[in-house]
Design a protein around this ligand. Structure first.
Ligand code: SF4
Ligand code: SF4
Length: 363
């Protein structure tokens, strides 16, 4: 028991060193070979680095640019050094004290130790939801970037992904961020402070705090995702139970709904950032649309969509299908695996996520 816990702890610490977390079971191609998802390999600037096998996802000779984590819809690949939420918090903290906060990439030359600069490996590792969210809460953030630098960079697809994500945020009414190619030295608030040391110490503290949270979560198995086999067993166990007590169908419907509501929802980074943006701007949520699955009456109730959904957003009991609207990440795997094409994705007002669950097929 003690040995197992220590082994888990050491796994966590080893995992902490990796800049990108891999959750094999969340990859659409690992879950269903039929999936056409290839967005991570399409944007990866180091061809062959991402290997998708029958039951695992591997990274080899990775440049640690984080572009794949930006585009992966399910967090199968997730940036972890530091997580997006920490980058966001750091910008917010700095924005309170500094005249202007700059976000830039590690290839961009700037005065090192400058107190108001937040550096990430590549600006393309920040998804549209990040820009949308930060744009609503911070009004003194500038992007420090130079197209000339990008053209010489080994992360060849970085500039394109950065621009696409920024454009996507602007489509959703984010105010444009000022873009500059050098830092204003007047922005430095207190030259007597050794900002290099201060930044180092504060990032060290953040790392320690985050390690503790991740370690505790891992050891307590809070974030454990079931393997397809466990989920398959669980599905059949639930199905058999439901058949045995078919005369209590109405009660079961209620309990399924309760289960969805009570479930510990683990959002992807992008959904968490989007929900945080909606909290800050209910108007944004009213104006935005989001793709969600709808199912035709002709559905045969085979349950394959529920079985393969990577975020457990679909619950099927052989008669009805419930969609947990706050768990669905619009990955479209359910559409792709339905052989008889009973499922399609339809744009819905983003306020649908407040419902938490809804019947998308009712007997
Ligand atoms: S983007 Fe994510 S879900 Fe799609 S193939 Fe890559 S790792 Fe899998
Ligand atoms: S319900 Fe469909 S679109 Fe939504 S997360 Fe599950 S598989 Fe993806």
């Amino acid at each position: 028991m003690l040995f197992n816990r220590m082994k888990k702890m050491s796994n966590v610490l080893i995992k902490k060193i990796d800049k990108i977390d891999i959750e094999h079971n969340r990859c659409l191609k690992v879950r269903a070979v039929i999936s056409s998802c290839s967005v991570c390999t399409d944007v990866c600037p180091a061809p062959g680095s991402i290997q998708i096998n029958q039951d695992s996802l591997e990274l080899q000779d990775c440049l640690d640019c984080g572009l794949c984590t930006t585009v992966c819809p399910t967090n199968a690949l997730k940036w972890n050094s530091p997580p997006l939420s920490q980058i966001e918090q750091r910008i917010k903290r700095l924005a309170k004290n500094e005249q202007t906060v700059y976000i830039t990439c590690s290839a961009m030359e700037h005065k090192t130790g400058h107190s108001s600069i937040v550096e990430v490996p590549c600006l393309g590792m920040l998804p549209a939801e990040f820009w949308l969210n930060i744009g609503l809460s911070v009004n003194n953030l500038s992007i420090l970037v130079s197209s000339d630098n990008c053209k010489q960079c080994s992360i060849t697809t970085g500039e394109q992904v950065f621009q696409q994500q920024l454009d996507k945020a602007y489509e959703n009414h984010s105010n444009p961020f000022p873009i500059c190619s050098e830092v204003s030295l007047q922005n430095q608030t207190d030259s007597s402070i050794d900002h290099g040391k201060r930044n180092f110490l504060s990032s060290l503290m953040e790392e320690v705090k985050e390690t503790n949270t991740i370690t505790v979560k891992e050891v307590l198995e809070v974030n454990k995702t079931l393997s397809p086999f466990e989920k398959f067993d669980q599905y059949y166990q639930q199905k058999n139970e439901i058949e045995e007590i078919s005369d209590e169908v109405n009660e079961i419907k209620q309990s399924l709904a309760d289960q969805v509501l009570k479930d510990n929802v683990i959002h992807t980074d992008k959904r968490s950032l989007l929900l945080s943006a909606f909290k800050q701007s209910p108007q944004l949520q009213e104006e935005m649309t989001i793709l969600m699955p709808t199912i035709k009456e002709s559905c045969t109730r085979c349950g394959a969509c529920s079985f393969l959904c990577p975020t457990d957003a679909l619950y099927a009991d052989g008669k009805d299908i419930i969609l947990a609207t706050n768990k669905c990440v619009s990955c479209q795997l359910c559409v792709e695996i339905c052989y008889e094409k009973h499922i399609s994705m339809e744009p819905k007002a983003a306020t649908i996520m407040n419902n938490k669950y809804m019947y998308i097929l009712k007997s």
